[in-house]
Design a protein around this ligand. Sequence first.
Ligand code: HSE
Length: 302
Amino acid sequence: MSKWQIKVPGSTANLGPGFDSIGLGLSLYLTLDVTLQNEWEFVHIGEHVPTDTTVETHLIYTIAQQVAAQYNTNLKPCKVEMTSELPLARGLGSSAAAIVAGIELANLLGGLNLSIQDKLNISSQIEGHPDNATASVLGGLTISSMDEQGIVDTLHIPEVDAAFVVFIPNFELKTADSRGVLPQDFNRGYAVRASANANMLAASLIAKDYVRTGHYMEQDLFHEPFRAQLIPNYSEIRSAAKQAGAYGTALSGAGPTLISIIPTAIQEQFLTAMNAQFPEHRIVLTQADAIGSCVVAYEQKH
Ligand code: HSE
């Protein structure tokens, strides 16, 4: 076999108060078509891909080589043709998807036989927190904790019976800048309230009570009160979405995208209403990805 496709879902992180812990794989994908050849080469196709294709500094290449070095393996060179439905630096997990793609590439070319647990640990360690990374590995809903040794424990719920709508503004917001506005510390009373809201969000998701899920998505105290100033139309979108029938709306990861969870029955009318009110945003209907990252081998056709 000398040709494969690696497909990795993007993701939304936090869902409000599930800060750095809760993730959801989305049906928007990063796709790599990989063909063995004598030298490394990256080819970027379509939008949402960086202009620079230099091999040595390519994120996916550096991750793949880092993982190979960790396992004392050399990787066979290949051509990687990359397409993406994940706009960069918008809060839709493009960097976590690239990290997971790099791990899958190393696994494939180096014959590493990585387990799902290995992939969860390595991707979350590189990303620094497990929310987006676990969702890209597993798809569906992931609730995770990473200990000080970098071992990840994830509760995985593959199916989510709701639809999601993302409001993508026309500017980038780097995660580091969006984390830079967060306080270093919270006092105990504040932390207890923030944690109670996160507990209720997780419980509502596990109970598949999406009315309550939507309510608690809008009760975050860990990050959204501090990030809201960076996000144009933050309050307007939340209240318009609620009026149009959304269960609730939160920042997608570090922003600047917002994400609403809505009943599947209202998706068309919801999209129409939101497109009319927020023409500056790209508004995309999506759903939970149920599979996570996957690798498919192709017969080479000549
Ligand atoms: N949980 C992260 C954050 C997601 O909100 O900063 C982005 O990496």
